[in-house]
Write a protein that binds this ligand. Structure first.
Ligand SMILES: C/C(=C\CNc1ncnc2c1ncn2[C@@H]1O[C@H](COP(=O)(O)O)[C@@H](O)[C@H]1O)CO
Length: 264
């Protein structure tokens, strides 16, 4: 009888079967209640955290311009949301962008598949989870992180924009982190595209009718993101923001993109 293939990678270390610990590095860092532990253990942790930043910076700094795509780990191939993810990944790749996802299943896999099939650079930034998981098969360049916050830095630092597809808590966290960074001007001219109008309509309605109405956000804060179902519009929005950042007026950028699209 063959042994089961349960496996966990922790940095350069591979753990299998009984060697897999019941908790993750994030859990140990955030969940620790034993004060006596903190001094020595957290000092070592700081070095491991630093090494994740170094690994990420070294690996990703050579990427072409990239877009981070977020979405549910749970939608299956054949679903409308998976299909949207695949089309977005492909369109971004055709526009010359590397596609960065969380490297997991569902919509992340769809975007990686679209990018890879279209001949683009398909990147997955995986995260250690308490259950077995490996990067999806469409990731061509992958890094496994132990710490969520180190991984999140990479999604922002190496992307020229975010596309957020239908998803759950993880996706919401990524959407609102992006919007907070733009709102507080921690990142400038950073396009955020929310795709799947019907899926997000209740949330958008609530943001408009409650958040904005009660002044918890500014009157123009909902304009910090483009909400669309149109893949071409999403890509064009990112390209225009990109060109503006690099000094081209919006109109000229749109003309240039249209000319390139016609020639492709
Ligand atoms: C639930 C299952 C696997 C989870 N695997 C993940 N792998 C990589 N990244 C993930 C995973 N789960 C969440 N993320 C991150 O959050 C976003 C999706 O979260 P949601 O709650 O599913 O919307 C995604 O963009 C990732 O960055 C078993 O199938």
């Amino acid at each position: 009888m063959t042994k089961s293939t349960s496996e966990r990678r922790r940095g350069p270390v591979t753990l299998r079967h009984e060697a897999i610990p019941p908790s993750t590095a994030d859990q140990k860092l955030l969940d620790s209640r034993a004060r006596s532990d903190w001094k020595t253990r957290d000092a070592w942790r700081a070095l491991r955290i630093l090494s994740e930043f170094v690994e990420g910076f070294e690996t990703l700094s050579e990427l072409p311009p990239a877009v981070s795509v977020f979405g549910s780990a749970r939608f299956k191939p054949g679903s409308a949301h998976y299909d949207l993810g695949e089309r977005v990944g492909a369109a971004l790749a055709r526009a010359g962008y590397a596609v960065i996802t969380g490297g997991g299943p569902g919509v992340m896999e769809a975007a990686n598949k679209g990018a890879s099939d279209a001949g683009g650079v398909s990147v997955g930034l995986g995260i250690e989870l308490p259950f077995e998981q490996s990067l999806n098969e469409w990731v061509d360049l992958g890094i496994d992180f132990r710490y969520f916050f180190a991984r999140k830095t990479m999604f922002v630092k190496y992307a020229n924009g975010f596309v957020v597809l239908p998803g759950g808590f993880g996706t919401m966290d990524e959407l609102f982190e992006a919007l907070t960074l733009v709102q507080t001007k921690k990142v400038t001219r950073f396009p955020v595209v929310l795709m799947g109008r019907a899926y997000w309509s209740g949330l958008i309605e609530w943001m408009r009718g409650t958040m904005a109405a009660e002044s918890a956000i500014g009157p123009n804060d909902l304009d910090l993101m483009l909400i669309t179902d149109d893949v071409d519009e999403a890509v064009q929005y990112i390209r225009t923001a990109d060109s503006e950042l690099h000094g081209l007026p919006a109109e000229q950028a749109a003309q240039q993109a249209a000319a390139e699209e016609a020639g492709s």
